[in-house]
Design a binder for this molecule. Sequence first.
Ligand code: HEC
Ligand code: HEC
Ligand code: HEC
Ligand code: HEC
Ligand code: HEC
Ligand code: HEC
Ligand code: HEC
Ligand code: HEC
Ligand code: HEC
Ligand code: HEC
Length: 315
Amino acid sequence: MKEARILRRYSVWFVACFLFLLGAVQLMAARQDKKDAAQTTNQPSATAAADASQYVGSETCKGCHEDQFKNTEASPHYRIFSNTGRGEQWHGCESCHGPGAAHVNGGGDKTKIFTFKDVKPEEITARCMTCHEKNAEHMTFNRSVHARAGVTCTTCHSVHKPKVEEQLLVQKSPDLCYSCHQEIKADFNKPFRHRVNEGLISCNDCHSAHGTNMPEQLRSASAQDAVCFKCHADKRGPFVFEHYPVKSEGCQACHTPHGSTNPRLLTRARVNSLCLECHGDVLPSGPHPQNTKSQACTLCHVAIHGSNTSNILFK
Ligand code: HEC
Ligand code: HEC
Ligand code: HEC
Ligand code: HEC
Ligand code: HEC
Ligand code: HEC
Ligand code: HEC
Ligand code: HEC
Ligand code: HEC
Ligand code: HEC
């Protein structure tokens, strides 16, 4: 029994290793092709099948680059120095910079080590991905709007000199995001807004900088509004009497997500004009005031997101 289990475990590992190697070989081949064609960089190839002798080990690097050694050791990346698990296989400094023997033998020859300078963004992404692609969130990065726009991991993260230590960010969010998304910054300066600047919620609550499977890099389908229900669960229902557009068009039928000059983040300055866009046939008679502009519709139709007791959304 025990043997069978062990055997099974080893065969899983064997298959996993084989697939990994296959993937790596293909990746390298693809990268090599690209490089041959474009000749964009004269930097040594990243994960190229270097034999062990081309690696000198992090202790050697430390001899000449103590600063980088110390700041890496003090960061979440300290794990790549660990001798347990995959530590050794990862090769410490050289897991990112590639094998360093030629660089060291050349007395610190810059052209013989991968420096991350003057290389295509995809090449940097691929290098970071050798370890980070297994993370469900980062898997989607290559398909993200960000990746397609030439943004790469080191645009937002700094391995050695981060401003935000924990997540190794070059700048804290939302300023990081505003540095490129000026128009969004303007949204969050409007009088009514989600309090992102105040730190109450973050871009990351609704979007992922690493991409998602949804449009606009949203964390969940905006049509189903799961992204909003995370915090506004009371609007989810189901209600005995639904207000049709909440379910059919979603929150954005009436609200803007970022900020607005209108109270309650509404898409219209006055509630009534919003309602009348769809309910233009409401007669200014009977229960309704003579002038449908004089009283807010929501004064009476309070349960605007749905009700369990009133078919006219009163309570
Ligand atoms: C014998 C000393 C020495 C050792 C050992 C050494 N380096 Fe260097 N390294 C240098 C020098 C000197 C430079 C600066 C070259 C220059 O500025 O012209 C340099 C530059 C670099 C750069 C480029 C910096 C830049 O400004 O672009 C990187 C990256 C680097 N080293 C990484 C490593 C890694 C990783 C290791 C271990 C595998 C290592 N070095 C080992 C001496 C060394
Ligand atoms: C997780 C990947 C990663 C690891 C591990 C790593 N580096 Fe770096 N290193 C980078 C990146 C990326 C840069 C480019 C500058 C930046 O974005 O911070 C860089 C830049 C450098 C530079 C240029 C000067 C500087 O500070 O920008 C040196 C020298 C260097 N690394 C040495 C090392 C040494 C020595 C180690 C091991 C102690 C190491 N690196 C480990 C990713 C890494
Ligand atoms: C050799 C494997 C390896 C490579 C290559 C690598 N990382 Fe990491 N990275 C790790 C490990 C291990 C951690 C520790 C946290 C963990 O286990 O997820 C980490 C942590 C991080 C964190 C912080 C995570 C946190 O929990 O706060 C960031 C950000 C990060 N890496 C970015 C990068 C970037 C950018 C690159 C490329 C320049 C890169 N990494 C390359 C292995 C790697
Ligand atoms: C547009 C900016 C941006 C880019 C590009 C980016 N990141 Fe991030 N990353 C962030 C932000 C912001 C966070 C912090 C998220 C949070 O608040 O939890 C983060 C968090 C992380 C973390 C911490 C663990 C986690 O998921 O919370 C890791 C690891 C990481 N990024 C790796 C990467 C890698 C690898 C790449 C490239 C494939 C990359 N990032 C590209 C902005 C970016
Ligand atoms: C409360 C959730 C939420 C927060 C917080 C949020 N967003 Fe959005 N964002 C959305 C939704 C929903 C859309 C889709 C809008 C649409 O389809 O009209 C969107 C759209 C976008 C777009 C693309 C469309 C446009 O308006 O240009 C960008 C870029 C964007 N957001 C960036 C950001 C940044 C940067 C932050 C943080 C400063 C942020 N968002 C915070 C929900 C949010
Ligand atoms: C280096 C510049 C840069 C930084 C930093 C940056 N972005 Fe972007 N972002 C872009 C570019 C370029 C695009 C694609 C073009 C566009 O739609 O604006 C984009 C697209 C997006 C989109 C998708 C818009 C769509 O139409 O699908 C969202 C959402 C987004 N970014 C959010 C963020 C968030 C959140 C941050 C901070 C963690 C951030 N970005 C940081 C440059 C950046
Ligand atoms: C991460 C939590 C979070 C998410 C996700 C979120 N909200 Fe909010 N929302 C809040 C908080 C907190 C407030 C209270 C605002 C305040 O006090 O600044 C709020 C307030 C509002 C308000 C009332 C604003 C006012 O002026 O009273 C509306 C409308 C709103 N959210 C709509 C949405 C929509 C639409 C979405 C989805 C696109 C969404 N929210 C996603 C946390 C969230
Ligand atoms: C048919 C238009 C409409 C739709 C669709 C809609 N809302 Fe509203 N919402 C309103 C109106 C109108 C108000 C202001 C009510 C008032 O002023 O009394 C409001 C107020 C709010 C408020 C602040 C007051 C409160 O009740 O907490 C939040 C939060 C909110 N909406 C979230 C959402 C979310 C989340 C969705 C999507 C599930 C959504 N809304 C869909 C019209 C709508
Ligand atoms: C995007 C279009 C749209 C907007 C905006 C809208 N509604 Fe509706 N509303 C509908 C639809 C569609 C129904 C379902 C009508 C039906 O079944 O005949 C509905 C149903 C209702 C009902 C239930 C009565 C019935 O006939 O089922 C009331 C009351 C109501 N809306 C009030 C409002 C108020 C008040 C506002 C403004 C805060 C508003 N609506 C905004 C589309 C909208
Ligand atoms: C003074 C309270 C009050 C105000 C203000 C009010 N309503 Fe009503 N509304 C009612 C009552 C009571 C009914 C039920 C009438 C019935 O059952 O015959 C109703 C019914 C409705 C219905 C469903 C039946 C129909 O006539 O189509 C809609 C839609 C509606 N209102 C929309 C609105 C809109 C839009 C506004 C704002 C312009 C508004 N209401 C303002 C009290 C009000």
